[in-house]
Design a protein around this ligand. Sequence first.
Ligand SMILES: [Zn+2]
Length: 470
Amino acid sequence: MTGPDPLPGPHEGAWAAFDALVAERLPQWAEELIAYLAIPSEGGDAASLADAAAWTAARLARAGAAVEVIALDGVPPLVVGELGEGPRTITAVQHYDVQPAEPFELWTTPPYAPHVRDGRVWARGATDNKGEFLPRLWALEAYRDAIGPLPCRVRFLVEGQEETGSGGLDDLLDQAPRLREADAALIEGGGLDLNGRPGVVGGGKGIVVFELFAKTMAHDAHSSLSVLLHNAGHRLIAALATFWDAEGRPAIAGLDAGRRPPTPAQLDVIAAQDQQDLADIRADWAVERFIGGLDGVAAMEALTFQTTLNLQGLWAGHTEPTPKTVTPAEAHARLDVRIVPDQRPDEVLAAVRRHLDAHGFADVDIRKREGEPAWWTPPDHVVVTTAAAVSTEVAGQETTLGVSMAGTVPMAQVCARHRVPCTTLGAGRADCRAHAPDENIRLDDLAAAAKMMGRFVAAFARLPEVPRVP
Ligand SMILES: [Zn+2]
């Protein structure tokens, strides 16, 4: 980036004071995280979600944020907290809900009895997302106390439905459309690999989840009648058999309609990535060969840019250990499609519908469960490269750039309307076991995440310009 420095940045001594304050406050921050993690705010647990929302709002208020809680029937509230002044705004997109903790027996210590052991905090939500949200807020407090007033506005959007698909987020944001106006957005967290090397990406894939439902008769039948009556399981299997080719590649015409071809800059980023990941996947899952014989850069590109079509599960008839001579009347399958810019969930479902109709399965119903578009910021955008630069500075190792997370984050709902650029930032470790038993975060990584946030805010405020996503 060239151009003038409109604002002087904090000097070397200021960062030393900031880092010293981070170290000094870390023990009390850990206690605070532990209190937050003790709230079992799993999706569907309305009382605990309300407790977590109230805790979040109170904590933001204690930091001096202007707090607003946006409520709608049937959706956990969206907690909004805004700090700082200045011509630019960063939106930090977080969540206070957590994944279910079961199976409990696989946890070394109970998921909602958080504590520090071996330099880490252990609990459900330790990284995802309570332990990624709080360091960002702590960083702003430490910045004010060690350096001075915040150089820009930071708006926290903390939702309670992220782990179950963010289905209400668009409606919540529609209650206050100004919440979508920002110059940049931070995805909920960021990553370090096992060696502490940071990775930064500019977005996440979207997702469409749907069920197929076949019904062939009024109710289940004695299997002696199967010579006359259509089995719903057969019907569903026959339909599914047309969804992939013999190799396992999606065979639905138009499934990737609207997909933007990768740009040269994106392809360069993928080509520069470490292909050790592919070897790790082969070793971890004990497979010799990938679908279609994919390998090398082509496999890395497919992971990022390809629209997926995955069968999550299927169920029909009697599946208990003892036999039962029954012919099922109903059969179900659940599938997910990971999508990329500029695909639209409804167009994906329309392609599946057309495919079923064209193959003689007009009777097989599609039931939509959730749909979120993808939102990607180019990897050479200044918001992404700034996040990478501050991550490198704090971690002391060169940051790896990527194009997109493999998973889904609700950035399209927040960013797409005004084409706001976004990036990951933070220190969630590759072995943090997010979504799994024994979720944890290192105390050192809480400190690293706070240091990255402080530096990001300072660097972001000084950027000569922050372009919109093209
Ligand atoms: Zn999360």
